[in-house]
Ligand binder design. Structure first.
Ligand code: HEC
Length: 137
């Protein structure tokens, strides 16, 4: 009895180890083939600013959170042009400095991560509508 139990446990252990090895092998293969898992594709947020961690993040954090909270950035959506206008406005009215060669990096980050939100898809209104009188009788 005792040895059968031990044997079963041993076999379960081997099976588990094999399963783990296959899973790791699969992930390794997927990574080598350039595939990403769902988890990998969710952008990570910086815990202090809430900004997406993506190329240009460090620059934006350094240049754009000196005067105000990152919240102003998070709640704003614009195209690259729109962001550029906002930056010009801050430069003219709010003493924002010349961003120099960092500007394109910042604009790329903003347009890519905080671009215009996709419009809600709504169906066209029904047309033409034939109205009819309700019979009150
Ligand atoms: C020199 C200070 C300063 C810096 C640096 C700065 N801003 Fe601003 N920004 C302001 C001020 C002042 C306002 C207006 C705040 C308010 O309305 O309360 C503002 C407002 C904003 C707004 C809100 C605009 C709106 O109309 O709602 C956004 C978006 C913004 N800034 C983005 C940025 C980005 C992106 C950067 C980095 C390139 C940046 N800011 C760097 C001073 C600055």
């Amino acid at each position: 009895m005792q040895s059968i139990k031990a044997q079963t446990l041993f076999l379960i252990g081997i099976a588990g180890a094999l399963l783990m090895m296959t899973t790791m092998e699969f992930r390794g293969k997927a990574e080598r083939n350039g595939l990403t898992t769902v988890q990998d594709s969710i952008p990570k947020l910086d815990s202090t600013t809430g900004l997406k961690i993506a190329p240009g993040f460090d620059m934006v954090r350094a240049q754009c959170t000196a005067c105000h909270s990152s919240r102003l950035i998070l709640q704003y959506r614009a195209t690259r042009e729109g962001w550029k206008e906002r930056i010009r406005w801050m430069q003219q009215k709010q003493n924002l400095w010349d961003l120099g060669e960092n500007e394109p990096i910042i604009l790329d980050y903003l347009a890519k991560n905080y671009g215009p939100e996709k419009k809600e898809v709504r169906r066209e209104p029904l047309q033409p509508i034939e109205w009819y009188k309700l019979n009150s009788k």
